[in-house]
Design a protein around this ligand. Structure first.
Ligand code: PRX
Length: 647
């Protein structure tokens, strides 16, 4: 196994980048030749950003699972595809070869079919981090059903909203899941969600914790029983559905600046080519390497760099069910030591959290197998970068700081491990085929901000980060609402995809992401829409109005600060704070609970009624001296009150 399109030197990167910009269609067309097609494509790219309409590899027919499974099961059947480490370090780990994985995916694809699933159906997957989650995902792709994976931390209400938005007819879940010392009752959360979901016909339930669950006759079936039926029937093979290159592969919900999460849609061929290309190049994967991405498959990082990127490259991907701090803060390092992990891809929040436990947990762990470290999801601060580099990489491992988004499908800006230089806190250079540029608030390009031009900035410049040309795994639509997709990403600036991020570029052309410029928070690498959270808080009895802002948080990167006007009886502030937190956990999930809730009598508003978040942000940050001009406020007096009672 080798990757003819793997870049192996700095000079080659510059050369390839240049070619990819000058002739993107030839560039991606050549790479796409290295995949298995049922019918070859007729046209590499057809696009406009006004609708938007983006079609890659038009006319091609393929199935991503043949590229992730069949071709490797033929050439390297015994290579481990998935290695699984349980939440419980004592539980026996599992290693599933490509041959076995293909078999299991086929089996479950037949289970789905037996339960009425067909091409184009939307299937909701709400499962713990066990291999069966990856199997369910791939089985959907095998039969051409569109998967919508929901992270196990989301509440019943969030699940119901997502199932209803996509009108899923099948749900795949488990009785429960383990996370550290907690048991999560997934099936009962799902039961509560399903009260609101009329579209769901079948629920398939995997046994994991064997907690008591209610199973309704006719509608709810055990995974294991269904597999037995397929076994009894004999031939478990399931022919991979021939998918059009642009058929939808999956929906993944993410928060934006409006109240309702949107279903980001990715399509089959472009997503496959791009996640594979970026996996091979950014991490510089070599045959035999063990790749450990610590994300959950419920997020895009897990989709792209636990499942599809690694498997489409015939790699060994390590899946971990637990959390970094249980049974103790040495868990990641134990796993690296145990499996001789070569590539470790994690989030700054995890690094900062583990750093805070001190070096005792790192000592005596053999981390010498590590070759590449990776960071994703939020800006990494210099201290965490240095700690990761020095104490985990022992000064020998390049750190890839990978910037991308749910909407981009794969890594967009990053150094290539050991090939292009890393620079602490910088995502550095764009991947081949990616054209980032910086614009001011009116959409005018900032001189020196455009990577596709030779001009470098004379000094560090900053602006809003846009991308001027489509790449194969760009978002195709927001499920059921194409206009929303256009408005959110393609209307702020003409003829560009707008990322929502602010960004710097230094004189060497390196990009550094500074954070969101819209009303989206990034808490521990998770996206939280302020409007969505405010809506949830406002539903609590007694809450009149609320405003959410972010503030710097040592571990989480950003913390959530809520200002709440409460009109109910305020007998016990502490209890009411907890009640509000419960409401958030119920309507969204525990990940969205505010870190601080300050009760206020009024919010700073302009005469037109708009909340001045800038002021609230400054107060939350503790910068109360530089609030700027507050004379335009309807009632400047509220600001003083808020400052006085600041938490
Ligand atoms: O603000 C950027 C931040 O995470 C956002 C995307 O979040 P999500 O769609 O949940 O995907 C996260 C995993 C890809 C971006 O708009 N972000 C992501 N990676 C980085 C980052 N910020 C700084 N540096 C990064 N490497």
């Amino acid at each position: 196994m080798s990757y003819p399109y793997q870049i192996t030197s700095l000079a080659q990167y510059h050369e390839v980048y240049k070619q990819s910009i000058e002739n993107p269609e030839k560039f991606w067309g050549d790479i796409a030749m290295h995949f298995r097609w049922k019918k070859h494509f007729d046209q590499v790219l057809d696009w406009n950003f006004t609708e938007p309409k983006i079609e890659w590899f038009k006319g091609g027919k393929m199935n991503i699972t043949e590229n992730c499974l069949d071709r490797w099961a033929e050439t390297q059947p015994h290579t481990p595809a998935i290695v699984w480490e349980s939440n419980d370090p004592e539980e026996h780990h599992r290693s599933i070869s490509y041959k076995e994985l293909l078999f299991k995916v086929n089996q479950f694809a037949n289970v789905l079919k037996n339960n009425g699933a067909k091409k184009g159906d939307r299937i909701c997957i709400y499962m713990p981090m066990v291999p069966e989650l990856a199997i369910a995902v791939l089985a959907c792709a095998r039969i051409g059903a569109i998967h919508s994976v929901i992270f196990g931390g989301f509440s019943a209400q969030s699940i119901a909203d997502r199932i209803n938005d996509a009108e899923c007819n099948i749900v795949v879940t488990a009785d429960g899941g383990y996370r550290g010392n907690k048991e999560i009752p997934l099936k009962s959360v799902m039961d509560e969600a399903l009260i609101q979901c009329r579209s769901v016909q079948k629920v398939i339930v995997l046994t994991r914790t064997r907690t008591p669950v209610s199973m309704l006759k006719g509608k709810e079936v055990w995974w294991e029983d269904e597999i037995k039926k397929v076994e009894t029937a004999g031939n478990p093979f399931c022919e991979a559905e021939a998918m059009d290159a642009e058929d939808e592969l999956f929906i993944l919900y993410t928060s934006g600046s409006t109240g309702k999460p949107k279903g980001v849609v990715h399509s089959c061929a472009g997503y496959m080519v791009y996640t594979n290309y970026t996996f091979v190049n950014v991490f510089q994967y070599q045959p035999g390497d063990i790749h450990f991405c610590t994300a959950d498959i419920g997020w895009i990082t897990g989709h792209s760099y636990i499942v599809y990127g690694p498997l489409s490259a015939g790699a060994t991907t390590l899946m971990f069910e637990g959390i970094p701090t249980w049974p103790d803060a040495g868990r990641f390092w134990d796993i690296v030591d145990k499996y001789k992990v070569n590539i470790l891809y994690t989030a700054p929040t995890a690094i900062r959290s583990l750093m805070s436990f001190g070096l005792d947990y790192v000592k005596h762990k053999d981390l010498s197998s590590l070759k590449v470290l990776g960071s994703v999801g939020e800006p990494i601060n210099e201290e965490a970068w240095n700690w990761f580099h020095e104490h985990i990489g022992k000064g020998n491992c390049p750190i890839v700081d990978t910037w991308w988004q749910t909407e981009t499908g794969g890594i967009m800006i990053s150094n290539l491990a050991g090939i292009t230089p890393h620079k602490a806190t910088y995502a550095t250079l764009p991947l081949p085929g990616v054209c980032p540029l910086l614009v001011d608030e009116h959409g005018y390009p900032i001189p020196g901000g455009d990577a596709s031009l030779a001009e470098m900035p004379k000094q560090t410049v900053s602006g809003n980060l846009c991308i001027s040309h489509p790449w194969p795994s760009i978002i195709r639509t927001t499920y059921g609402d194409h206009e929303r997709c256009r408005q959110t990403y393609f209307s702020t600036y003409q003829n560009m995809y707008f990322t929502g991020d602010g960004c710097l570029r230094d004189v060497e052309g390196n990009y550094r992401i500074t954070g969101r410029v819209d009303d989206v928070l990034n808490v521990s690498g998770h996206r939280i829409g302020t409007a969505e959270l405010e809506n949830a808080i406002n539903r609590h009895t007694g809450v009149v109005e609320s405003a959410i802002v972010g503030y710097p948080h040592d571990i989480k990167g950003q913390g959530i600060y809520a200002y709440v006007i409460f009109s109910g009886v305020m007998d016990d502030k502490n209890l009411i704070t907890q009640d509000i937190n419960q409401t958030v956990a119920r309507l969204i999930g525990a990940i969205a609970k505010p870190d601080k809730i300050q009760f206020v009598t009024g919010l700073p508003k302009t005469r037109s009624g708009k909340i001045m978040r800038r002021i609230l942000r400054k107060i939350a940050e503790g910068d109360t001296e530089n609030l700027g001009d507050i004379s335009t406020l309807l009632d400047p007096g509220v600001v003083e009150n808020i400052i006085r009672e600041r938490l």
